[in-house]
Unconditional design. Structure first.
Length: 328
């Protein structure tokens, strides 16, 4: 049965606010939390970029939920440091943490001043990093000379149960490539046909029977106009195709690229509605596609209203309908 989580967007809110929101989400009945991990926001308007790994320890101590974070090892982060950070969280909070790995965006990773590789090279680097992280979690000493270099690294504090490594994919091509070597998939709420293509590709590539997570971009407000305005104001820099998202280098460039986006363009990329039933139908579709963990990201700024409304009006209905749909 699918579990529903709250997405903590560090690009949009101060860490102290996000801590309050995950506590509110827990009280409202959300069962999971996912976290972004940015150095820069997508837009100057968003205006925040707290350090996710500092925040995770505090947040996981404050509520007894399962947490996950999406990060990109290999440039901004050395894989041995990610292995150590994840191992520490998994040791303190057993079976409550998952780690998602992706090839990253220049927006965050290019701050090192190093060359920003193309997608094929970034994928090779990502697989190297995942192998290094997994080996370090076993307590073995790792030396590796490839696209990343490791010299005699060994973790002395390892979790009894290593975290799942979830592969982050936006395109079907990446999902298929990940299928054979990750423990699960996380993707975003594309239009239905493209989302199904991502699911099919992941399963075709070796991901059949592996868990699938979904981050749903939505905008809920008391009326349609407010929901659309909030989505446009906060998230219009995030609707470009993957090659654009991966290669622009700073928030100012994203803002410039989005200057010709119209408010009505947002409907294709964000689930925008003030209607209860519409949000219920969208979530039911995702459950039917096989997503086991669904993280809800209300992209506008009205988080408290969203958390309370979905906790009272949306999640109980979707969970109830899931249960009645199960075979006898």
């Amino acid at each position: 049965m699918a579990k529903f989580g709250y997405h903590a967007s560090h690009e949009q809110f101060k860490p102290s606010q996000l801590l309050q929101y995950v506590q509110a989400a827990y009280r409202a009945g959300f069962e999971r939390v996912s976290s972004s991990d940015h150095f820069h926001p997508w837009s100057v308007r968003q205006g925040e970029s707290g350090f996710a790994w500092s925040w995770l320890g505090a947040a996981m101590q404050s509520v007894p939920l399962t947490f996950g974070v999406v990060c990109a090892p290999g440039q901004r982060y050395h894989p041995a440091i990610i292995a150590q950070a994840a191992a520490t969280l998994a040791e303190m909070f057993p079976k409550r943490f998952w780690l998602a790995l992706g090839s990253g965006q220049a927006l965050n990773e290019k701050i090192t001043g190093d060359r920003w590789p193309g997608k094929i090279e970034r994928n090779v680097r990502l697989k190297e990093c995942a192998d290094i992280i997994r080996t370090l979690w076993t307590g073995k000493t790792v030396t590796h000379h490839g696209l990343v270099r490791v010299e005699e690294a060994k973790l002395y504090t390892c979790p009894e149960v290593p975290p799942l490594i979830i592969g982050a994919a936006i395109t079907p091509e990446t999902a298929e490539w990940l299928g054979g070597w990750v423990d699960g998939l996380i993707t975003i709420s594309h239009p239905y046909k493209k989302l199904k293509a991502v699911v099919d590709a992941f399963q075709r590539g070796g991901g059949k029977n592996k868990p699938m997570h979904l981050k749903v971009q939505l905008s809920y407000a008391q009326d349609e106009e407010t929901a659309l305005r909030g989505a446009y104001e906060q998230w219009r820099t995030n609707i470009f195709q993957s090659p654009v998202l991966a290669n622009l280098q700073n928030p100012q460039q994203f803002d410039a690229a989005a200057q010709f986006i119209k408010p009505e363009d947002m409907y294709e990329y964000v689930r925008i509605s003030a209607e209860t039933q519409r949000h219920i139908e969208w979530l039911q579709q995702y459950v039917e596609l096989g997503f086991e963990e669904i993280y809800l990201h209300n992209v506008n700024k009205e988080q408290q209203r969203f958390i309370e409304f979905f906790g009272e009006q949306i999640l109980p209905v979707v969970v109830s309908e899931k249960q009645t749909a199960l075979p006898a």
